[in-house]
Design a protein around this ligand. Structure first.
Ligand code: SF4
Ligand code: SF4
Length: 369
């Protein structure tokens, strides 16, 4: 296993982390939790020392399964995470310290441990949502840290690079967890660079683009050129080879998935994001009609979040299904397609678009769905 230093700390974490939201569904349903726990135990054997879990994953069993495994290894060998946010606490915008504490204690109990290494302010979809969470919860995170119940305060986010930069600038977090992959890297590249410069750890979820990359392996074959890797392995390696990225999470259901992920980082060579992007830029010719998330179209007079709409449109191009647009807007970006109706066709964005995309037409198409 290849190890990286977590931000400016002394912690050495495996370049591949275990994502624990994919324990075998049948086993979870049947209550065969000990069997599911064989996955983190196998990951441990293979040197994976970063296990990422959360409430609600796997029918709310992921923390329990992960705890079964955690109790069978030397605790200090593993960095374990969990997460919370206002939605999880389900007590409006101002939950009490007691409510926060009960949620945290439940996670500790399920994980069979006295402390969580990385506790996430979970799933910040926008700067507004992040600000609400800071007001309501950050003080509780600090208290829990002072008491030794959590070791590091981190956040997870689906914000774009420029918004992530703002959060990073506050210096309030030891690290962050973001979605990053060969499909959306432009959206977040500036965010990971900013975090790295600030000495933060950067953990990546969704390195396979929510299954989009394996499902469209012809379009992404360029990632695996001149390697003995499969396209999904090459997509993991693409992410893990970023100097700015500390841990790449692989969601594993079987031991084979773990072996695949481990192989993806064999003899890993780290490079700065800028170099990696240059290396691949000319090769993604199959993706010419995709928005790259570069955000050069910013400055819409109607404040339309164009890269997010175009990212949703990408999903249709890649899956061939119109429904994918709405799914993406609702579930990932949390924006209403009606916003697209506000476009006044001034053409500013199209003049700036690096991909020369017909943005106005696409917005109309999205609004009419
Ligand atoms: S054309 Fe529409 S989306 Fe583009 S900048 Fe103008 S108003 Fe915004
Ligand atoms: S400039 Fe074009 S390619 Fe870049 S984010 Fe905007 S729409 Fe996407």
């Amino acid at each position: 296993m290849y190890y990286k230093q977590y931000g400016n700390t002394e912690m050495k974490v495996s370049a591949i982390g275990l994502g624990t939201m994919r324990y075998d569904e049948e086993d979870i349903k049947a209550g065969r939790l000990e069997k599911c726990a064989e996955i983190p135990l196998y990951a441990y054997e293979k040197g994976i020392n970063y296990w990422d879990t959360a409430p609600h994953y796997c029918d709310d069993k992921s923390e329990i399964v992960t705890g079964i495994a955690l109790s069978q290894v030397k605790r200090s060998d593993i960095y374990v995470t969990s997460k919370t946010n206002l939605g999880t606490l389900d007590a409006g915008d101002h939950p009490t310290k007691d409510i926060f504490r009960k949620r945290l204690e439940l996670s500790l109990d399920r994980l069979k441990t006295d402390y969580i290494d990385f506790y996430h302010m979970w799933c910040m979809l926008s700067l507004e949502s992040w600000e609400r969470h800071m007001d309501a919860l950050y003080g509780f995170f600090e208290d829990a840290k002072r008491e030794g119940l959590i070791r590091n305060i981190v956040f997870s986010s689906h914000m774009q690079g420029n918004d992530i930069e703002k959060v990073v600038d506050t210096g309030k977090f030891k690290g962050m967890l973001i979605g990053y992959n060969a499909l959306n890297y432009r959206f977040r590249q500036s965010g990971i660079e900013a975090a790295h410069q600030k000495g933060m750890g950067v953990v990546v979820m969704n390195p396979l683009g929510g299954g989009m990359i394996p499902a469209n392996s012809d379009a992404f074959a360029y990632l695996a050129e001149e390697t003995d890797l499969t396209v999904p392995q090459a997509a993991l390696r693409f992410v893990a080879s970023h100097k700015e990225i500390t841990v790449t999470l692989a969601g594993c259901t079987t031991k084979e998935h773990i072996d695949d992920a481990v192989k993806a980082v064999e003899n890993l060579e780290e490079k700065p994001a800028k170099e990696i992007v240059k290396e691949y830029e000319g090769k993604g010719v199959a993706l010419n009609n995709l928005c790259t998330g570069c955000a050069y179209c910013k400055g819409c007079p109607k404040d339309i979040p164009i890269p997010k709409f175009m990212d949703a449109y990408n999903q249709m191009i890649l899956t061939g299904e119109q429904k994918a647009i709405e799914d993406r807007l609702d579930n990932h970006w949390d924006i209403s397609k009606e916003k697209a109706l506000e476009c006044i066709a001034c053409g500013k964005c199209e003049r700036q678009c690096t991909q020369h995309l017909p943005i106005i037409e696409r917005l109309k198409e999205i609004a009419s769905l």
